[in-house]
Design a protein around this ligand. Structure first.
Ligand code: TNX
Length: 518
């Protein structure tokens, strides 16, 4: 057959559009362990019925929320129901997939999600969410839902898939943290580390020391926001996170990075403020600058020991999860090791496991204590480690050289999407996962925070979930492209990484998510 030039180019265009559509359907991040795509697709019936195992009620509620905009109504019944268009199965035979693994099947009969846990079902629902139109994030009625036939079996590579927000330099509200939690859940991230204290601000209410938040909470970096979480706020954040299978790790950074506390509680200082080596501010003055490594607690004082005990005790009492982060970075002090090991011991005494920046691995700490690695300085330790290498996972660094943010001490030109995605695990079995950090000396509002987080956090999620053999940067770019539309509808001010051919929508003025619960 003979085609004219115009016919041929129209055909090519049509094929391109079709391949884009097919791509949009199969764009899952993080890439599942196993996926077999069929050629057909299933049209979601207007009258839908969810059948479920007893014990899966919480997962039923998520699924109902997700598909409600596509249906006239969703009824729920136990597992014995007849026209099961949606099945949620708790199946102990799937224990081999681990605590977070799941199966997802879409066929002519409908959708079956199964796992040995509700966490696995929650992740199956997130995969389903990505297979459905991005418009669902608006929770408005949507016509003609279809799902491609597929069989997925999935489980994560690493158990620690984290995001750290520095809410100390610039404060972020409970509302923003909740939005962030919803966005983390979309990518199956499961650890939210809150850096709650630093030189510029103290963000968590400690009842025994109300001035920490009254005075220290009023500080912020120049251009940033002040504020703090009450213990009730913090519990609310944890409850919201735990519903979405995310554990919150609170950090109170000691003995350095502590000026906000020094400004609020003068007794934590040495005589003549010799603990403030280069005088950037004098208590009770607050510090809005960005320099580091200039102050510490006066660690030999009884008042300081009592302070550390009380703060860690209150923090442990309000924390649901098993971990407390004690900081420990950038403090060059005589007796640093002794002080840090005493902090770790207190955390154990209050029933939690301590986490600290890699410097604590040199102190005398128990083998279970977790170190968070942020530089390439050699670490001689067999303790469990979270990898946060600054040249891969410090998202306070710019997205591209053109963005040129002031924090470039670790990597000139910034940390590109490809730097993050290209990370490969090396080292021992003591690596428990990855955490990407956003420091906020220059991320002062939610738009800037979004810009630093997205899309790099999606790359970090895939690196911690998907085995290296299933990762491919070209494929990642093409799976990421349709997320542009989802990010827009969710109201995420993401960085438009030039290496990705973003598919876009009109950006929503408000933060949305099908699972957002204000
Ligand atoms: C180092 S990493 C810090 C932070 C800064 C960050 C800026 C670490 C444990 N400490 O206090 O905000 O660099 O990139």
């Amino acid at each position: 057959m003979f085609y004219s030039f115009w016919q041929r180019s129209q055909l090519v265009f049509l094929l391109l559009v079709i391949s884009q559509l097919a791509l949009a359907e199969s764009a899952i991040i993080p890439q599942p362990k196993n996926a077999h795509w069929g050629t057909d697709s299933w049209s979601i019936p207007k009258e839908s019925e969810i059948c479920f195992s007893s014990g899966a009620e919480s997962s039923v509620r998520w699924l109902q929320k997700l598909i409600a905009p596509l249906t006239n109504g969703v009824s729920t019944e136990g597992l014995a129901c007849k026209k099961a268009s949606w099945v949620l199965q708790l199946d102990s035979a799937l224990k081999s997939l681990g605590e977070e693994g799941y199966r997802l099947s879409v066929s002519g009969k409908g959708v079956v999600l199964s796992s040995s846990t509700n966490t696995g079902l929650f992740y199956a629902i997130q995969t389903l969410r990505q297979l459905l139109p991005a418009e669902l994030e608006l929770s408005q009625p949507f016509k003609n839902g279809v799902l491609p036939y597929v069989e997925i079996e999935d489980a994560p590579l690493y158990s620690w898939r984290g995001s750290m927000l520095d809410v100390a330099r610039s404060f972020y509200s409970v509302a923003y943290v909740k939005q962030h939690i919803d966005r983390m859940a979309l990518f199956k991230l499961n650890r939210l580390h809150l850096h709650l204290t630093d030189d510029q601000g103290w963000r968590i209410e400690i009842k025994a020391y109300p001035n920490l938040t009254r005075h220290g909470g009023a500080g912020a970096v120049t251009g940033g926001s002040a504020g703090f979480y009450t213990q009730e706020d913090y519990k609310e954040i944890q409850r919201y996170a735990s519903d979405r299978k995310i554990i919150v790790i609170p950090e109170v950074d000691m003995p350095g990075h502590i000026y906000a506390a020094l400004a609020s509680q003068p007794e934590l200082n040495c005589e003549n403020f010799t603990n403030i080596t280069v005088r950037k501010a004098t208590p009770p003055q607050l510090y809005p600058g960005t320099e580091v490594k200039w102050n510490s607690l006066c660690i030999e004082k009884d008042e300081v020991k009592a302070f550390a005990t009380t703060v860690l005790q209150e923090l442990a009492a309000m924390t649901q999860g098993p971990w407390i982060h004690i900081g420990g970075d950038e403090a060059e002090l005589v007796n640093y090791d002794k002080f840090v090991s005493s902090l770790a011991e207190k955390v154990y005494k209050f029933g939690k496991t301590p986490v600290g920046w890699q410097e604590i691995l040199n102190a005398n700490i128990k083998a279970r204590t977790i170190g968070q690695i942020w530089t390439h300085d050699p670490v001689n330790s067999s303790n469990p480690q979270i990898l946060s290498y600054c040249d891969r996972f410090y998202f306070d660094h710019s997205n591209t050289p053109a963005e040129a943010l002031p924090n470039d001490w670790c990597k000139k030109g910034g940390v590109s999407l490809e730097d993050t995605y290209g990370f490969t695990f090396k080292g021992g079995p003591n690596n428990i996962g990855i955490e990407a950090a956003v420091w906020t000396e220059w991320a002062n509002n939610t738009d800037q925070m979004d810009d630093r987080l997205w899309p790099r956090l999606a790359a970090s999620a895939e690196v911690s979930w998907t085995s290296e053999s299933r990762r491919d940067v070209v494929d990642f770019h093409s799976r990421l492209a349709p997320f542009g539309k989802r990010f827009d509808l969710m109201g995420i001010h993401f960085y438009e990484t030039p290496t990705v051919q973003w598919i876009r929508a009109k950006r929503s003025m408000n933060a949305n998510s099908v699972f957002l619960d204000r």
